[in-house]
Design a protein around this ligand. Structure first.
Ligand SMILES: Cc1cc2nc3c(=O)[nH]c(=O)nc-3n(C[C@H](O)[C@H](O)[C@H](O)COP(=O)(O)OP(=O)(O)OC[C@H]3O[C@@H](n4cnc5c(N)ncnc54)[C@H](O)[C@@H]3O)c2cc1C
Length: 636
């Protein structure tokens, strides 16, 4: 079936949220003509997407991601940070680390308190359940869904690194609970060490993303629109430049190829028309940029870019949120279950893992290295340790919100900070701030070229409270790591540069291959904690400023808030001031969430589908939808 002249709905961006919207709508009303225009390529059955442990390929080799480089920052000693986002059909869900983690219920309630009726936990938790098939035995079925398209499992095997982390934490950290059966993603758990599950289908060992489970699974869908017998069409490797309006009503979008991706059509703009709705689903970087190129944004920003203002919405591109992340590497015992060899990308080494994955859907290739973690909320003693720069934040933000953590921390069986000596076994501890107090912005760098770099200011660590949390987490993770049975030393290149006479100096492991000597083994559980001097604290701060990075959780840049409060969309996701134009992706999130963000993208996708279906008058078909996909992938 060739492309239609006009579609009912045109989606700009084919990422995580867009695939849910398109798949659900097509299922609810197969006669709907839906077009997705996606900047990246198809991800269908490609091994670097579907084989979970290959996820670093996308980041390291630049496949299927866009890199957004920030302006240099004083708070980071003049450094820029680079924030990748998904660029392929399936977006972030097809390239991410597959960590399954849901936020505290109060985060969604906070959205509703801003005037967003229908966006509180009571409305959204059922949608989170609808999206998922939880494949883990649970005695709390009320918290999870069991018939949705997205599969959640523990992956292809349990690693001893994950088990040791939980065991050590249970013995060492008496202020918190640790349990191998804890449900850390029940929208409430805080200060509980427990298993962290994965967006991996236990029956196949494959990544569970929205492209494969909402879009490619549609009956008769074909990645080539000319071959497709389906009404959902996807055009890849094209970027939407701007929205086309007739008076105040969105009627389509203009899009271009990158010159180097399509020699035939070059970068000549083309137009796709939508008779009923245009939906921007280009993520936290893409959607505000399309609005700005369409003349929707702050007067000053648009004037600077030489664009005539069409609608005054100063909030476009503001309210950039992420989480600030550090990865700390440790040397592991030789018998540790680590993914270092798979991360190396050497196909000879990967062969036996691949065989197990192909034959049984199990093993370390069906894994993301992350088996266990915790959302950390400080105790009264910790609050003192966090010092004066955190005090006000505690009082203003955390004290009255008992389900909100200040940070998340997890163990990785294998280190991907790239600072360990080659050929060694390693584990890492990753931690990130749950609600960074510093907020940033992203704006267009060109009025016409959607491939041009953005002017991106994430403002990481501009608020000293954020640095205090990361400093405390570094100390805490080190105490946990050096008590784990598999601990064999600290990879100094990935730690602060303490002075050689400091009490806090790292346990060396340089030049040691599989350092299984007792001298470099763990300390006892009741060993005294490392005492840090002020100079040591400065070394930690310098290290964090030099290395802190993104958690790949960009959101908030087209915030769902009242127009007068700097909002960009209303609670039905309609862009303020125009008609027939919605934004549906994580850019609409008005306030940050204390969790990895794919779970929230799933919720936004499910909610956006309901709103659009209501607008189109096809609500009557909803009831059939939750019952499908019990086991399989294909949605009839
Ligand atoms: C490397 C990485 C690791 C992550 N790890 C995890 C994890 O382990 N667990 C977790 O819960 N979350 C994780 N996340 C976050 C999570 O995946 C994202 O928050 C989520 O996928 C965002 O969904 P979205 O629909 O808002 O945007 P996206 O999924 O990013 O979709 C936006 C799409 O729009 C396209 N686009 C952009 N501009 C244009 C344009 N002008 N025209 C056409 N198309 C355009 C992009 O190519 C992209 O495909 C990770 C993200 C990344 C990038």
């Amino acid at each position: 079936m060739p492309l239609f002249n006009t579609y009912d709905i045109v989606l700009a961006g084919g990422g995580t949220v867009a695939c849910i919207i398109a798949g659900r709508l097509a299922q609810a009303d197969p006669s709907l003509k839906i077009l997705i225009i996606e900047a990246g390529s198809h991800s269908f059955n490609l091994h670097h997407h579907v084989q979970p442990a290959r996820y670093l390929n996308s980041l390291v080799r630049g496949q299927a991601v866009s890199h957004h480089k920030s302006v240099p920052s004083d708070a980071l000693g003049g450094r820029s940070v680079c924030v990748p986002s998904g660029r392929c059909v399936g977006g972030g869900s097809a390239v991410n680390f597959m960590i399954y983690n849901r936020p505290p219920a109060s985060d969604y309630d906070d959205w509703e308190k801003l005037g967003n009726t229908g966006w509180g936990a009571k409305s959204l938790i059922p949608l989170a359940k609808k999206a998922e098939s939880y494949q883990i035995p649970t005695n709390r079925p009320a918290m999870h869904g069991f018939t949705g398209p997205i599969k959640i499992s523990h992956g292809g095997r349990h690693t001893n690194i994950g088990e040791e982390f939980l065991e050590t934490a249970g013995q060492y950290d008496k202020d918190r609970k640790s349990s191998t059966s804890a449900d850390t993603s029940d929208f409430h758990a805080v200060n509980v060490y427990g298993p962290w599950h994965k967006y991996i289908d236990s029956s196949t060992g494959k990544r569970s993303d929205t492209a494969h489970h909402f879009l490619y699974s549609l009956k008769n869908f074909n990645v080539d629109p000319n071959e497709s017998k389906h009404n959902v069409h996807v055009i890849t490797d094209r970027r939407v430049v701007k929205v086309i309006f007739e008076n105040n009503r969105a009627i389509g979008v203009e899009y271009v190829a990158r010159e180097d991706t399509d020699k035939e059509s070059g970068s000549e703009p083309q137009v796709a028309y939508a008779s009923r709705l245009v939906v921007l689903s280009s993520g936290a970087f893409g959607s505000p940029a399309i609005l700005e190129r369409s003349g929707i944004g702050s007067a000053q920003r648009l004037a600077d870019a030489g664009i005539r203002q069409f609608v005054d919405l100063p909030g476009v591109g503001e309210n950039y949120n992420d989480h600030n992340l550090c990865m700390i590497p440790f040397l592991a015992a030789e018998d540790s279950d680590c993914l270092d060899d798979i991360f190396s990308g050497d196909e000879e080494i990967i062969k036996p893992h691949l065989k197990e994955w192909q034959e049984q859907g199990s093993g370390l290739l069906a894994h993301n290295s992350v088996d266990a973690g915790i959302k950390l909320r400080p105790t009264p003693d910790n609050i003192k340790e966090l010092g004066p720069s955190f005090k006000q934040t505690w009082e203003d933000f955390y004290a009255g919100a008992p389900d909100k953590p200040m940070a998340a921390m997890c163990v990785t069986a294998g280190d991907f900070s790239n600072s360990a000596p080659a050929g060694t076994k390693t584990f890492g501890i990753i931690f990130y701030t749950a609600y960074p107090q510093a907020i940033g912005s992203t704006h267009i760098g060109s009025a016409t070229d959607p491939w041009a770099p953005l002017t991106f200011e994430p403002n990481f660590l501009d608020n000293p409270a954020d640095l205090a949390v990361l400093r405390w987490c570094y100390k805490h993770c080190r105490e946990l790591a050096r008590r784990m049975k598999s601990f064999r030393g600290e990879v100094s290149a990935g730690h602060p540069k303490f002075s050689s006479v400091s009490n806090a100096k790292t346990v060396p492991c340089e030049g040691v291959k599989h350092a299984d000597s007792p001298a470099s083994g763990p300390v006892s559980i009741d060993a005294p904690k490392i005492v840090y001097s002020e100079e040591d604290d400065r070394a930690i701060d310098d290290y964090i400023k030099a290395t802190v990075g993104t958690t790949w959780h960009s959101l908030g840049t087209c915030a769902m808030k009242p127009r007068a409060a700097g909002g960009v969309v209303d609670p039905r996701l309609n862009v303020h001031g125009v008609e027939n134009l919605k934004v549906a992706d994580l850019s609409i999130v008005p306030l940050n969430v204390a969790a990895n963000t794919n779970s929230t993208a799933l919720v936004v996708g499910e909610k956006a589908f309901l709103l659009i279906a209501e607008d189109l008058g096809i609500s009557r078909n909803f009831k059939n939808i939750a019952r499908t996909n019990l086991n399989g992938n294909r949605m009839e």
